[in-house]
Design a protein around this ligand. Structure first.
Ligand SMILES: Cc1cc2nc3c(=O)[nH]c(=O)nc-3n(C[C@H](O)[C@H](O)[C@H](O)COP(=O)(O)O)c2cc1C
Length: 199
């Protein structure tokens, strides 16, 4: 039995959210195959931590037990993470950035102590990560704003094994912008099934 933490970083209303539908379908497929796994939901919209931006004024208290260490502990206690992340202005949401700012802590989730060539060693080697991303533009319109690869690299930096992400691209262009999230996600149902099986 695995513990699976699903982290939602979309700010869209759930009823019209493509990423909510994508994560719902992924989870449905996953739980059919892994009925005894424990699923833990972390909606960053509902946490105070993910709304706190690191600034000069709060720097000394930012990495406190409640906002940083508890969430790091949670990552060390689970086996898998599903990160749900739409693109906002060529990047992840501020909620996700604030979450990552809280959990990427030297000697907690990564370390430079034992590295040989100045590279870091990730300490979250317990984690397998599935990234589920969406974006309004079709894939390839601006590769310099690739939030999917940013997340893959970040979790790998922290030592996690990242499986192939699912990117649902083009939610704001035709034909997807004339379809419901349910119908759009249905177009990649085979990919979702395959990924859920491999996860
Ligand atoms: C404030 C805002 C900024 C956005 N910026 C981008 C962007 O830079 N590139 C892009 O492709 N889509 C962008 N989008 C579109 C969203 O990525 C897309 O609508 C996504 O599907 C929304 O999240 P959801 O999947 O939870 O519905 C933006 C949407 C919003 C609301």
């Amino acid at each position: 039995m695995s513990k699976v933490l699903i982290i939602n970083g979309s700010v869209s209303p759930i009823a019209s959210s493509f990423s909510a539908e994508l994560s719902k379908k992924f989870l449905e497929e996953y739980t059919v195959l892994n009925p005894n796994d424990e699923i833990i939901h972390l909606d960053l919209n509902e946490t105070e931590m993910a709304k706190i931006v690191l600034t000069r004024d709060n720097f000394s208290n930012f990495f406190n037990e409640k906002d940083a260490l508890n969430y790091i502990k949670q990552l060390k206690e689970v086996d898998k993470v599903i990160m749900v992340a739409p693109m906002y202005n060529f990047n992840v949401s501020s909620l996700i950035k604030n979450y990552l700012d809280h959990i990427l802590v030297a000697n907690e989730t990564f370390s430079y102590k034992y590295s040989k060539k100045g590279d870091a060693i990730g300490l979250l080697t317990n984690l397998k990560v599935q990234i589920l991303t969406t974006q309004g533009a079709p894939y390839g319109w601006y590769m310099w704003g690739n939030h999917t690869e940013y997340l893959r690299g970040t979790w790998e930096f922290a030592g996690a094994t990242v499986v192939e992400p699912i990117l649902l691209a083009g939610t704001k262009t035709a034909p997807f912008n004339q379809m419901t999230p349910v119908d759009v996600v249905a177009t990649i149902s085979d990919q979702i099934k395959k990924a859920a099986k491999a996860f």
